[in-house]
Design a protein around this ligand. Structure first.
Ligand code: ZN
Length: 345
């Protein structure tokens, strides 16, 4: 056993092995060469294995397997989200088609339901780093579902709010004249386009005008909640709006006195005001509007002017008994409707 840096060399002259010292430098160089050589051999074998025979390294096989597993998980996630999307779509359809329609609420458009999700660069980075696109698609879909669920739950809150404030559709929808038809009155201006009596240009008349003496009682035409009460010098003058739910609102304008307050619940036949001549008006009259889903509609289609007088009086009386408020304003002036109509002309 010799020391590491010693070698024995055969001397042919003396026929004896003799000791030969090898420098550390030479040893180091040999080691390095051996190391480089083995790397080259390894690379050659790798090339032979992977390049020429097309075989995979164990690590590659493992990574491929893991990748496939993740791909499978992503696909499961995508299909589950698709399922969620279908359910949410069904919910939104039922929301728009049934719940919101019942209460006369406007539908939520598909754009509104998906707004804020398109045209954004929020996914640019993700898209660049995600070659397969699985993660990118799933993240995008998940964001969309979150947004849809949020809009849907907000809509249900609105519907719930509406349902709590609405009663029975039959008692809410405007159905009677806003005043006792036995009084002296004249339909002075119909609904629709007309020339403005003050400014003389064609203008949409959004309601119906009934000329009548000031101080006549005005009644709620359906159950609802007083939405606004306004006292203006111009325009509608003293006016109020009742929200009946189911998409219906009514406005009563140019009033002398208003007997209700915003937020107050009213029933059909409740006395809410007295007719007058306030605001922009050419004479004492009631301006009466019916709005359905934000559009003005012809009030004629929402009242029966031929309602028997005693029926109207009975309804008002029943409400007075219920509320304990006696306005004592129903005084049948004309018993015979025909005479009344003749007098109007
Ligand atoms: Zn008018």
């Amino acid at each position: 056993m010799g020391k590491k840096n010693k070698e024995y060399v055969f001397d042919p002259r003396t026929l004896v092995y003799r000791e030969h010292r090898v420098s550390r430098w030479v040893l180091a160089r040999r080691g390095l060469l051996f190391f480089l050589g083995s790397i080259l051999v390894a690379i050659f074998y790798l090339w032979l294995y992977a390049g020429l025979f097309g075989l995979e390294l164990p690590k590659t096989t493992l990574l491929k397997k893991q990748n496939a597993e993740w791909g499978g998980k992503m696909a499961i996630m995508a299909s589950r989200m698709e399922d969620c999307r279908r359910r949410l779509d069904a919910l939104s359809l039922r929301d728009d088609g049934v719940y919101r329609t019942i209460f006369g609420m406007s539908e939520i458009s598909q754009e509104e339901r998906l707004s804020g999700m398109e045209g954004l660069n929020r996914y640019a980075e993700l898209r660049a780093s995600d070659h397969s696109g699985h993660l990118y698609n799933n993240v995008k879909e998940l964001d969309l579902l979150t947004k849809m669920a949020y809009v849907q739950s907000k809509s249900y809150d609105e519907v719930d709010q509406m349902a709590q404030h609405s009663g029975d559709i039959a008692s809410c929808v405007p159905a009677i004249p806003p005043f006792y038809p036995g009084i002296r009155f004249r339909m002075s201006s119909p609904f629709g386009r007309r020339s403005d009596p003050l400014y003389h240009y064609a203008k949409m008349h959004t309601g119906q005008d009934f000329a009548m003496d000031p101080g006549n009682p005005i009644y709620a035409v359906g159950d609802g909640v007083v939405e606004t009460v306004k006292n203006e010098l111009y325009g509608y003058g003293n006016s109020l709006i009742i929200n009946h739910g189911f998409g219906y609102k009514t406005r009563y304008a140019h009033l002398k006195m208003i007997l209700v307050q915003p937020g107050q619940k009213v029933c059909r036949g409740d006395c809410i005001a007295q007719s007058g001549n306030s605001g922009k008006s050419t004479g004492p009259h009631l301006h009466y509007e019916v709005m359905y889903k934000g559009n003005f509609v012809n009030p004629n289609n929402y009242m029966d002017m031929e309602i028997p007088l005693d029926e109207y009086a009975q309804m008002v009386k029943a409400r007075e008994e219920q509320t304990g408020l006696t306005t004592d304003l129903v005084q049948p002036v004309h018993k015979d409707r025909k005479t009344l109509h003749k007098r109007k002309k």
